[in-house]
Design a protein around this ligand. Structure first.
Ligand SMILES: [Fe+2]
Length: 764
């Protein structure tokens, strides 16, 4: 969207209730303040009270009035005489006290919970703080958080998602992992929690809050309400969180500043639960205009140009479930029926909101910049550079017991990308001009249940694309991965028939490309047929060639016929260049996906030197690897969904997960049984491994080179390959001693790991 501060570009990879009397949320009475401390010692010894009742649970944090303050919130099941946080950046040297609020759930049991809130004030910016919370009757474990930087010139990184339940929270372990690795400055939950927080007399809410503690106790956890929170006038939601300005708006709408971004949370439910009155809606609407007026004052926007608004229900979607967003006159977009009051879309357009993030639909959808059903791209070539309208994104697929929502078969022109799978969104606002957006997606179900849109073996119901599995260098694990692909039902697998593809390419680029095309379309002719025949049955892994006894008879036209009968072809090749294969991606007859397997050259080059081959030059190898990584990054942008880069190290660390990532890329919804069996056989062995053996304990192979590399090898390779090592997201060690110190991490936590999304989707 155009702005006074210059060009901004987004790169995209992928009822408010009345401010009620507190009938459910009562402040702790004076009596309890006085009496409870006296009784607490007695209570501890009482048979009716367990120590658990005083134990802090559901710990979560959020910024206060400004990012200098942090509000620590937790729950106990019995009130405690005090609410205390001990904290500090070098030990628990400071103490802050707060208060507790009694919350009575609206269910039949009227369960009581006590919500404790303590504000840590005047914290140092960009500083790590340790803390624990509780009282003399019980303390939480030790947690840590890092305060945000001051000012507007720092890159902001947040995760955003909606619709995460206490059951089937597919994104939860990944988010726990990523948060504790320090990937995010905040996490934003765009409504619909627990399913539902009020269920089972609020015990489901308790369970959900326990589940998110490994996230929410470490980074600010920001929220807005969804329809699943509406029970008892949103009381569970209002009571459990402590968003900025919660004293006034009870977590329903608010805004905050973060680096170069102004974030706004709105309550879309105010448009739908009108039984709670119109006042919540009118109050929010007036507040929103005021907030946007302030955020768009020229001097303010020059300093903080990005505006990201989020709320639960989308204004647009192409799902087929008849939700309000499927209707042209969606309430949040055009306002209440007949009177058209409180229409939000015109505010988004008028004040130049950059991003509008929604959830509610259990799917992912990104729109072109649009207003009033009109696409207003920045330009044809760069639609998200200076777009002329807000960009809407729906990210409601974090995982809940309602599984997925499906799409209408025809994708509307205004919808740029959509996906039915589980996942969450990573947003990085690098500076005042550039934002990056990506969806971390994972399609396969952990429980192995079948998917209604997939065939029984998990394969796509409508065909499977052909695959070229390529590695920039030999000794990168391509035989293991090729074997895994060849275990898929219906595959015709070619194992390096173009063994010296670089020679073919030197002869003529067209020869190498046409050779591969011939294999992928089962038109094996001329020199390629000769090459396949010469290397015999070792080039084709298929029951046909296993059965076929006579060489000549095997490699005639029957080979083509058999090849065509299968669902798809896989061709493994090494030492090909990414640039040689690009044109094949545009060939409709080939329908190709490319899997590019890469490995830390400090492992692959040494392995190559140790194999019985002519040693390769580390400089040439790494130059090729570097150009392939760069070409691969370009292809992922230009042809999304057609090119996947896989790190050998990730494959070693979690073969099962990586197999799921790769099969998901090919459209599978689960691992077919033969592939699961292959994985088990190949990876669960304690036997030592010979150079060409596939059977190995893969975890032990991941960084094995670090224990065996010599001084000379290390110096040569790290020097020649520094750029490619860094691009792979690995650390340079600088010395062989450091390399051998396995306590130093291989993965560089500050590197850009976008090419290797799955690295951060590892399960615990
Ligand atoms: Fe919802």
């Amino acid at each position: 969207m155009s702005s006074e501060v210059g060009e901004r570009s987004a790169v995209i990879a992928e009822a408010f209730p009345p401010f009620v009397r507190k009938e459910n949320v009562r402040m702790r009475s004076f009596t309890s303040w006085v009496i409870l401390p006296i009784l607490s010692g007695l209570l501890l010894t009482s048979a009716e009270n367990r120590i658990d009742d005083y134990q802090p649970q559901h710990v979560h944090i959020v910024i206060g009035e400004t990012s200098k303050d942090m509000v620590i919130t937790w729950t106990t099941f019995t009130d405690t005489p005090s609410s205390v946080v001990e904290y500090g950046n070098a030990g628990l040297t400071q103490t802050a006290t707060g208060s507790s609020t009694q919350f009575t759930d609206g269910g039949t049991e009227h369960r009581n919970l006590w919500m404790h809130r303590v504000i840590l004030k005047d914290l140092q910016p960009d500083t790590m703080y340790f803390y624990h919370c509780g009282s003399q009757l019980g303390w939480s474990e030790l947690f840590v958080f890092k305060t945000w930087k001051n000012g507007t010139d720092w890159p902001v990184s947040v995760a955003m998602y909606g619709d995460m339940g206490a059951v089937n929270a597919q994104s939860l372990p990944r988010l726990q992992e990523e948060v504790q690795r320090g990937m995010y400055d905040a996490v934003i939950h765009v409504g619909d929690f627990a399913y539902n927080m009020d269920s089972d007399n609020a015990r489901v809410g308790d369970e959900f809050m326990r589940q998110i503690q490994p996230i929410a106790a470490y980074v600010p956890y920001l929220t807005c309400p969804g329809n699943h929170e509406q029970m008892y006038n949103f009381s569970n939601y209002r009571a459990r969180f402590s968003m900025p300005n919660h004293e006034d708006t009870e977590n329903l709408f608010f805004s905050w500043n973060m680096g170069p971004v102004h974030f706004i949370a709105v309550n879309t439910e105010a448009y739908y639960f009108l039984e709670y009155g119109l006042k919540p809606l009118s109050r929010q609407y007036d507040w929103l205009i005021k907030d946007l007026e302030e955020a768009t004052k020229p001097e303010v926007r020059a300093e903080r140009p990005w505006i990201i608004l989020f709320g639960h229900r989308p204004m647009y979607c192409s799902n087929n479930d008849h939700d309000d967003c499927t209707r042209v006159n969606c309430l949040t977009r055009v306002g209440l029926p007949l009177v058209n009051l409180y229409a939000m879309e015109e505010l988004l357009q008028k004040y130049g909101v950059d991003l509008a993030v929604w959830a509610h639909e259990h799917s992912y959808e990104r729109l072109w910049p649009m207003y009033n059903y009109t696409v207003l791209n920045g330009s044809t070539e760069a639609p998200y550079t200076n777009p002329r309208a807000p960009v809407h994104i729906t990210t409601g697929s974090a995982g809940c017991d309602e599984n997925h929502d499906h799409f209408m078969p025809a994708q509307p022109d205004w919808s740029a990308f959509r996906a039915i799978d589980y996942g969450y969104t990573r947003v990085k606002i690098f500076n005042k001009t550039h934002m990056y957006w990506e969806q971390c997606r994972f399609s396969l179900r952990q429980n192995g249940s079948s998917s209604s849109e997939a065939a029984l073996d998990g394969a796509p119901a409508t065909g499977t694309p052909n695959v070229v599995l390529m590695s920039s260098m030999a000794r990168s694990g391509s035989s293991f991965l090729g074997g895994l692909l060849s275990s898929l039902p219906g595959v015709f697998y070619f194992f390096e028939p173009l063994h010296n593809i670089e020679h073919w390419h030197m002869l003529s680029p067209a020869t190498a490309r046409d050779g591969l095309r011939g294999l992928l379309t089962c038109n094996i002719t001329g020199a390629i047929r000769k090459a396949v025949r010469t290397r015999g049955k070792y080039t084709v892994y298929h029951p046909y060639t296993r059965r076929c006894a006579t060489k000549e008879a095997c490699f005639n036209s029957l080979l083509d016929e058999t090849c065509r009968k299968e669902k798809f072809r896989v061709v493994k090749t090494i030492r090909a260049r990414v640039s040689w294969l690009t044109s094949l991606l545009d060939d409709p007859e080939v329908d190709l996906r490319i899997i590019h397997l890469v490995r830390d050259p400090r492992g692959s080059v040494i392995s190559n030197w140790k194999a019985d081959w002519a040693p390769i030059s580390e400089a040439t190898s790494c130059q090729n690897l570097l150009s392939d990584l760069r070409d691969g990054a370009r292809l992922r942008r230009q042809r999304p969904g057609k090119f996947l880069t896989v790190r050998y190290e990730d494959l070693c660390l979690d073969p099962r997960l990586m197999a799921e990532v790769i099969l998901s890329f090919l459209g599978y919804s689960k691992l077919p049984q033969p592939t699961a069996t292959y994985l088990d056989k190949q990876t669960k062995t304690t036997r030592d491994t010979k150079t060409y053996s596939l059977k190995r304990d893969t975890k032990s192979q991941q960084q094995k080179w670090r224990t065996t590399i010599t001084d000379e090898e290390f110096a040569r390779i790290e020097k020649a390959c520094a750029a490619s090592i860094l691009l792979l997201g690995f650390n340079l060690f600088g010395s062989v001693e450091a390399a051998r110190n396995l306590s130093l991490p291989l993965y560089n936590s500050s590197a850009d790991h976008r090419a290797f999304d799955h690295r951060f989707c590892l399960r615990e």
